[in-house]
Design a protein around this ligand. Structure first.
Ligand code: ADP
Length: 155
């Protein structure tokens, strides 16, 4: 168990559907600390890096194009085991297969238009946070309720 930071992107579909506030609330209500938050218009260059693992897939360009149709909101979230916890909250990639109660299971019907991106490992989280945030855009503030979020042996 360790305090971790992870990257979440609220995709263009989320902003277009006016769900950004609601999705941010879900992360807040879960108990994750918002360390960074900003709005960005993504570029093909940045997305080619971010989705490099999809470069051989037939839908690579389509996924990148979809991510450029409107701005995104980038979040840096912190919590104990936050990387896995946020992935579990997001649910599997295809919204149609995602369990009710997960973000994708509750808010989308699509493989591609699936509301959020969330880092999938500590290595990816570190790389992705550097890709989207400058060091001064990450804030180390003490969350007043921290002592009520965890037992003292949980972090
Ligand atoms: P995840 O976002 O769950 O980590 P991937 O890294 O495999 O999933 O894919 C990145 C994004 O590319 C997905 O969130 C989704 O928007 C899109 N994508 C992945 N696989 C498909 C697919 N088979 N069809 C359409 N879009 C896909």
């Amino acid at each position: 168990m360790a305090l971790e930071k992870t990257l979440v992107l609220l995709k263009p579909c989320t902003l277009q559907r006016a769900l950004a506030g609601e999705i941010i609330s879900l992360f807040e209500r879960k108990g994750l600390r918002i360390c960074g938050m900003k709005m960005m218009q993504l570029t093909d260059e940045l997305l080619s890096e971010h989705y490099a693992h999809l470069a051989g897939k037939p839908f690579f360009q389509r996924v990148k194009d979809s991510m450029m149709t409107a701005p995104i909101v980038a979040l840096c979230l912190e919590g104990v085991d936050a990387i896995a916890a946020v992935r579990a909250l997001a649910g599997p990639t295809n919204g149609r297969n995602a369990a009710p109660g997960t973000i994708r299971g509750s808010y989308c019907m699509s493989f591609q238009e699936n509301i959020v991106h969330a880092s999938d490992s500590p290595e990816t989280a570190a790389t992705e946070l550097k890709r989207f945030f400058r060091p001064e855009e990450i804030f180390e503030w003490k969350q007043a309720v921290f002592d009520y979020l965890y037992a003292c042996d949980e972090f």
